[in-house]
Design a binder for this molecule. Sequence first.
Ligand code: KIV
Length: 274
Amino acid sequence: MSVSGTARPVGLPEIAQAKGAKGATPIVCLTAYTTPVARLVDRHCDIVLVGDSLGMVLHGLDSTLGVTLEMMILHGKAVRRGTERALMVVDMPFGSYEESPKQAFRNAARVMAETGCAAVKLEGGTTMAETIGFLTRRGIPVMAHVGLTPQAVNALGGYKVQGRGPDAERILNDARDVAEAGAFSVVLEKVTEPLARRITQEIAIPTIGIGASAGCDGQVLVIDDMLGMFTDFQPKFVKRYAELGRDAEAAIAAFADDVRSRRFPGPEHVFGDK
Ligand code: KIV
């Protein structure tokens, strides 16, 4: 069963059906933060994620902790304009959902109403299960996110691989608890392959991996990473499908050179009287 072969638009049932059935095609997800990129992603992916990674990727922040609800809504609206088929999910930023289920509902409802997304994503396992249950029972579909949860970078002591040693059992319980609470899928970030495979076998909802091996039910990457936008950042788990950063820099240097040497604009770029 392939999500990409289903009638448009992709909904939660199609995502659920992509779970582990024999011959199931993995779920494909990329981030997008703008309308033109969303249009490209929408043509090829099952899920478009407006990730709070936009704080680092677009806004130059050191971590995702400074991302606000307003930033997520602004980019969410832009992505919605470019999304026709893919299931659109928007990240809940740090501080917008952890305090209480009611706070999470208020802010998630605002994100859904203002962006038109189909679901929200929030980070955390067992500790967020009550909130996930509260949201899903009230009509807000939730994608969970366990393993390396970047909003907890300070508590985790960096962006380290998760699930080596005794931590594995805790992460497995996190995944079980978010699934039982009603999440429709769960992102597994930077967890070891054996743990990702075990979680994927043991829980009933699709796992979507980032740095978590082909043992997951689907894969997600940050689009700027896979397009090679950054020449100085290449995590082990990212495959680069283009070198846009390098190509953009060469184009900008060529433009600067052309202007300085008066090769641009040429006669073909100017307007005459007629
Ligand atoms: O913010 C983000 O882009 C994410 C993905 C990396 C899963 O959470």
